[in-house]
Write a protein that binds this ligand. Structure first.
Ligand code: ADP
Ligand code: MG
Length: 324
């Protein structure tokens, strides 16, 4: 019982990234909100594209885990140019990068105490546990390596669930999507940049960088006035500079557990880096195990804050228009 594209009503754009655009849509027969990802493909060879869609459809059998975004189907559409369409579960608090930017704006408007609802250690621990659990399931059960762990691929909903999406099932799709280096930051591990064998530990590296970014609100390799000079500079920094770590001193005060957890993720030598299963047993995960209720409360608050931010931005836009 797969969803027919004709049964969808588009409700608005959620966001767009390197690969395409994500749209919120209503699946009319079930009155259910879903997310529709549209990826334009250059390739006019419908054989190749159909093969791609078949590969993506494999994902349908994969998803039935609490930390992986459910997949509803993949399609090839030529109605508005060549595009691949992926239907998936809608996560109503969005991705971590979106939540982070909302909090940055709140902070700039002085609407919150910074320590109030920011990504605190409890939240980071729960997110880490969820990401590691999803990664472990993908690998143990299907030998799938995610390859693209970053804040925009970790999604949250107001029920307090954290799920990962956009994993690299199809290398062909990844290659056919123009340039993966469009962004200003890359979460790729040193061994991957150097073209060495790529294991699940690459995702562990990415998780470490992501945590540093969430708690400092800045990408770890080149924030402040130290912006990398283009992608090549960034890549050479990842390979040649010392491992990134959580900042110390100043306003920052992290627990020894969290510092150690991040240090174990951000080891440049892949062999010495902790594995997913080792990290799942880390103290930083276990000390927060019992705080499910607090985390659900945080997620609900995120939802409220997203709404408020949207409203404020709408008003700001209207004011700006009037002034013109
Ligand atoms: P990227 O991950 O590189 O930002 P994507 O095209 O994968 O680009 O996603 C664009 C944005 O859409 C994401 O940043 C995220 O905020 C949002 N998004 C993606 N998938 C979903 C989903 N299933 N539910 C809610 N929001 C989503
Ligand atoms: Mg994504």
């Amino acid at each position: 019982n797969s969803i027919k594209l004709e049964d969808l009503v588009q409700l608005g754009k959620i966001g767009s990234g390197n690969s395409g655009t994500v749209i919120k849509a209503l699946y009319v027969p079930e009155s259910k909100i879903i997310a529709k990802k549209v990826i334009p493909v250059e390739n006019n060879n419908s054989l190749v594209v159909n093969q791609l869609v078949r590969e993506l459809t494999i994902m349908k059998s994969v998803h039935s885990h609490g930390n992986i975004v459910s997949f509803y189907g993949a399609y090839y559409s030529q109605s508005t140019g060549n595009e691949i369409i992926i239907l998936m579960e809608y996560m109503n608090c969005g991705s971590l990068d979106k939540i982070l930017s909302v909090y940055k704006r709140f902070y700039e408007r002085r609407m919150i105490r910074a320590d109030d609802i920011w990504f605190n250690e409890l939240v980071i621990s729960k997110i880490s546990f969820a990401v590691l659990s999803g990664l472990s399931y993908l690998y143990e059960k299907y030998k799938i390596i995610h390859r693209d762990i970053k804040p925009s691929n970790v999604l949250i909903n107001s029920k307090g669930q954290v799920k990962i999406c956009d994993f690299g099932v199809s290398k062909k799709l990844i290659n056919s999507i123009a340039d993966t280096f469009v962004g200003t930051s890359t979460y790729m591990s040193p061994e991957r940049i150097q073209g060495n064998v790529y294991s699940t530990k690459g995702d562990v590296w990415s998780l470490g960088l992501m945590i540093i970014e969430l708690v400092t609100a800045e990408f770890p390799l080149g924030g402040h006035n130290d912006t990398p000079n283009g992608i090549l500079d960034l890549l050479q920094r990842i390979v040649n500079e010392p491992s990134p770590s959580l900042p110390t001193g100043g306003d920052y005060c992290f627990s020894v557990e969290m510092i150690d957890f991040v240090n174990r993720c951000c080891v440049k030598n892949e062999r010495e880096r902790s594995s997913i299963n080792e990290l799942l047993c880390h103290d930083f995960i276990s000390v927060h195990k019992k705080q499910g209720k607090e985390f659900r409360h945080w997620c609900k608050k995120v939802k409220v804050n997203l709404k408020e931010d949207k409203q404020i931005r709408r008003e700001e836009n209207e004011r700006a228009k009037l002034e013109k």
